[in-house]
Design a protein around this ligand. Sequence first.
Ligand code: DP6
Length: 355
Amino acid sequence: MDAKSTDNDQRFVMKKTARAPANIAFIKYWGKQDERLRLPLNPSISINLSDVHTVTTVEFSPDYPEDVVEIRMQNTTYKNSLQRNVVGEETIRKSEQERVVAHLNRIRKIARMRLSAKVVSANNFPSSSGVASSASGFAALTVAAAAAARLKLSERELTILARMGSGSACRSIPDGFVMWEAAATSEESYAYSLFPESYWDIRDIVVIVARHMKEVPSTEGMRKAGSSPLLPGRIRGVTQKIGLLKRALEKRDFPTLGRIIEEDSVSMHAVMVTQDPPVFYWNDATITVIRAVSAWRDNGLPVYATLDAGPNVHVMCEGKDEEKVTQKITDILGVQQIIINHPAKGAHFIDGHLF
Ligand code: DP6
């Protein structure tokens, strides 16, 4: 996050706009040690995504008798996409609006103020389908609302605040390659940049195979993680995995990085499907893409797959292989759209507002 962009010129207007990227975790977060504070069971590592983001404008004003929250799904043309996104406006679940108001309450409490706010938020990608909309959404909301409320918070404090809105949101605030610490206290569970976005020219190609809202939101699905007999093993192995992943990053060793990413995704989904009740996020096209990735790899192309809580597949490769991989993906039946991402900077203010 770029601290320089903070400006305090607007003495009487409490309005700010921020943009935050979605992120894809290399080592995933699935399970909390504290539900209210959103303290994770294990540390996680991710990169910010350049072409999937949320822009949010927040204004606190006596003109608003109560909080107004509008979440837009735009008819955006993705810069890198093969097709136009024609999702259109989607009705956002009421519970998500309530989550936004709860987050505004946290910020009002710290700022010791009571003013209501208007919040308008726009994603440039299909919401709730495994592209982490809550991550970019709560990161943008945190950065815009804290500044609109005239709070002067450090990046670390912003990540802690964002984490309380949605755990993975804390990783969308620092730049590039990001680590989120697991800890027993709120102050110690924060996120920070391991490497800037320019550190390594890798790609995350989001392969959209479904656009509907996912049936089980991650907060709800994660609540039952403890019922999986596989969870203890996953958590036990995580410290070693984090060490190996960091070493692969330091050496820019892509095959090792890819192997760890893919293994961790499978491990998280193994927990999901062995929970009580089980949560299945994959569909037929998901499996087709995963199988194709594995076959391309067997033929010598260094390419790996990872998934969040949804059916869409994130295909990872190095920048030099982007064209080859993209071509192969577009030949797969069931692929609706692809979004090509490189590592990106974290949340930052932008000029102009959404209202
Ligand atoms: C599967 O951050 O959406 O994407 O903290 O309850 O809001 P809450 O959950 P959320 O969970 C994301 C889980 C994941 C894996 C990850 O991004 O690490």
